[in-house]
Write a protein that binds this ligand. Structure first.
Ligand code: GCV
Length: 719
């Protein structure tokens, strides 16, 4: 009897261990789940078009492509597909780069090849000797790998493959993640554990995670990674670390991912023993040249440097009376012989400049237009302040026609609820990319893909939300932000809703009763966070330092523009930052049509109202509400939106494995609590100035303002 009981117990433990492991694997597998179709009709349809695989070439990259194809097809369709070396037969999947293809196949795909760029791929059903086959190809092996992932996505998302004709080239050259990872493995603004890079064990120990990371990135077309924080430690450039960097670069290479590093401008002093880092000093110039040669000797395809200079205390050329052009061009010369680039960040503002912080990057950089070398690209955040839940697009986009300009988005949710809030960021990215700059009638996307000004290099960077958490990103839905960033970096004209659709199908389920409501939930989640944190153009009212939770009352920090009160300017007479021509005149940094629109509160989009205007509490909004009522109702709307996200998710239990279902449920409950915290704290605080009652429909706080002010979070992550 006792024996039986023990046996039962051990069976039960085994069952739970297996189901936990399977569930945990799902979290880890991101959008590459390759779930079995479990549907005879669908499976048969696919298998009818896939009778064999023929691969030409045997590079590392092609081997990876083949393994991926085998894995995806066998998992989804339950069959091992036979391989062959020739292309005789029908319904074969033929994979190989252009030059390895049979001459007649090359000829058949001539016009498609003309339309593809270096990394672009072709997936086409063609007839060879009167037999139908699918060719997956491109001009190089990495392009073939991209094609394989795209082909598998067709099947993951239940799309037909009978008559394929896909020609897809990336519109941006540099599609790159920026890791703000420190050498001690902490991650600045990281909310998903510690850094993936285990510097201590490198170079000899190659964690399987490095490979899985590269694979995930390749699957969405990301082709570069900056390994270390922009607040850099010069040690990364020492031989001891470069050996480790080389090990990572070699691991990522077959996946088409280049490694880049942040260069600390004062490195010649800190690790080079020089007395200065002056970009005009011959020893300094030579030091960087030698350093570049040393790096390229180990990593021939090293991508180049990113630099945060003279920003938030980081060293830069201005320490020596030089300017950004001097610094950037000096580094550009060092990497140019090897084909490297320099991504020079435009995130600058000074405590000694009394002007509106939102204006400073534009004021400083526009006069340099045309002065940067061809291999420099100026990296500009999407908005002029700092990755807020909503910002109007940065006025630098379109204002430097003779300068390569790239986008910097933040994927990690520094100001958007860390990794406990479900916020689908591609919606935010899309809003920025499709903004009309009125510069020759162009959108931001057209500026960064180079089509407007014919730039020499184009790029999009995303500040990574990846850490060593089992699920990579802390929140299972934050995986969608990594995924969506990659997809938009490939093609900035994609629609965020279609991206959500394919991500959901690849990550969870193809069931319409799941995809439809959850897609709606994702799409709405961005507006929800704006509503419960910073409605109607409010911004930067997060608590100080860690940026966790509300802190509109913070006013005692040493630099004025670090204080939330600087941004909302609430007083008895109203609220908002007057950036119109009667205020800081930041509007004048936009094209005249745009400036005119922003300048007038009645034409300024209401979503940006308090970004550009200081208005009285009684100001009438378009819906007839007073500004005070409108703000309060927006906060309430945000909370209600989170409530409906919870209601939607709670109905999804049958579509999701238990672990992810429960995780997301718990996280949504945290989000709900924090949305209410935001609403209550902000409304109590602003009410002191408005002196008005809450409009009907807005819930009253059960806590006092002093209670909210007393909350302290000394160990908030990411700091
Ligand atoms: C890496 C903001 C963040 C900083 C970050 C900085 C930047 O200020 O709070 O953590 O520093 O942006 O982008 O350089």
């Amino acid at each position: 009897m006792k024996h039986l009981k023990t046996k039962k117990l051990s069976l039960l433990i085994t069952f739970f261990t297996i189901s936990f492991t399977l569930s945990a694997q799902k979290d880890y597998k991101l959008w590459l789940q390759y779930e079995p179709k479990n549907n005879l009709e669908i499976t048969t349809k696919y298998l009818n078009s896939i009778k064999g695989i023929a691969m030409s070439g045997n590079s590392e990259t092609l081997k990876i492509a083949l393994t991926e194809l085998n894995l995806g097809l066998s998992n989804m369709l339950g069959n091992q597909i036979p391989h062959q070396t020739n292309i005789e037969g029908s319904n074969l999947i033929i994979i190989g780069n252009k030059s390895s293809l049979d001459a007649s196949v090359q000829e058949t795909l001539k016009s498609e090849f003309e339309k593809t760029n270096k990394d672009g791929f072709i997936i086409k059903t063609i007839s060879i000797n009167n037999k139908k086959n699918i060719v997956i190809t491109g001009k190089n092996d990495v392009a073939v790998l991209y094609g394989v992932f795209s082909f598998l996505r067709q099947i993951q998302t239940n799309k037909p493959i009978e008559n394929l004709s896909i020609v897809d080239s990336p519109k941006i050259d540099v599609r790159i993640l920026n890791h703000w990872d420190n050498l001690d493995r902490t991650v600045e603004r990281g909310y998903a554990g510690f850094s993936l890079w285990n510097w201590h064990k490198l170079p000899d120990f190659i964690d399987q995670r490095y490979v899985d990371y590269a694979r995930a990135n390749a699957s969405i077309g990301i082709n570069g990674t900056v390994l270390n924080n922009v607040n850099a430690n010069a040690l990364i450039l020492t031989p001891q670390y470069l050996e480790k960097v080389q090990a990572l670069a070699s691991t990522f290479r077959p996946y088409g991912i280049k490694v880049y590093l942040t260069a600390r401008f004062s490195a010649p002093i800190e690790i080079g023993g020089l007395k200065t880092a002056d970009p005009f000093d011959t020893d300094v110039i030579n030091w960087w040249k030698n350093k570049a040669a040393e790096i390229y000797a180990q990593i021939p395809d090293f991508g180049g440097f990113v630099i945060k200079a003279n920003s938030e205390g980081q060293p830069g050329p201005q320490n020596y009376g030089r300017n950004h052009v001097d610094g950037a061009n000096m580094l550009a010369d060092a990497v140019a012989p090897f084909g490297g680039i320099v991504m020079w960040r435009a995130f600058v503002y000074s405590e000694h400049d009394a002007d509106d912080r939102a204006k400073q990057a534009y004021s400083e950089f526009v006069p340099y237009d045309g002065k940067f070398k061809d291999n420099v690209i100026v990296q500009v955040k999407n908005g002029a302040i700092d990755f807020q839940p909503r910002e109007p697009f940065h006025p630098l986009f379109g204002a430097m026609p003779k300068t390569n300009t790239m986008m910097e988005f933040q994927i990690t949710q520094e100001y958007l609820g860390f990794s406990t809030h479900l916020v689908y960021l591609p919606k935010l990215y899309q809003e920025v990319l499709e903004s009309d700059t009125y510069r020759k009638g162009s959108t931001v996307a057209k500026i960064i893909d180079g089509s407007l000004y014919n730039n020499k290099i184009t790029g999009i960077a995303g500040v990574a939300n990846i850490g060593n958490d089992l699920n990579w990103t802390g929140h299972p839905f934050a995986q969608a932000n990594w995924y969506g960033f990659g997809r938009l970096a490939w093609n900035p004209y994609l629609d965020s809703e279609s991206i959500a659709d394919e991500w959901l199908r690849s990550t969870f389920s193809n069931e319409e009763n799941f995809v439809k409501p959850i897609k709606e939930m994702m799409i709405q989640s961005r507006e929800a966070v704006v509503n419960y944190m910073t409605p109607l153009g409010l911004h930067h009212i997060m608590d100080t330092g860690h940026h966790y939770g509300p802190g509109p009352w913070v006013s005692d920090l040493s630099r004025p523009e670090w204080n939330p009160v600087y941004y909302h300017k609430a007083s008895k007479d109203g609220i908002g930052f007057n950036r119109s021509k009667t205020g800081s005149n930041a509007t004048a940094q936009y094209a005249p049509e745009m400036a005119k629109l922003f300048d007038n509160p009645s034409t300024c989009p209401e979503k940006d109202l308090l970004w550009f205007h200081h208005l009285s509490w009684d100001y009438k909004l378009k819906n007839g509400h007073s500004l005070w009522d409108g703000i309060a109702l927006k906060y309430q709307e945000g909370v209600d939106q989170v409530g409906s996200m919870i209601a939607t998710w709670n109905k999804m239990e049958n579509f999701v494995d238990p672990m992810r279902f429960k995780e997301i449920q718990m996280l949504l409950n945290i989000q709900n609590k924090e949305a209410k915290w935001w609403r209550d704290a902000c409304l109590l605080y602003f009410q002191q100035f408005s002196g008005k009652e809450l409009p009907s429909g807005v819930e009253k706080s059960t806590q006092s303002l002093d209670y909210f002010k007393s909350l302290k979070f000394p160990f908030a992550p990411g700091n």
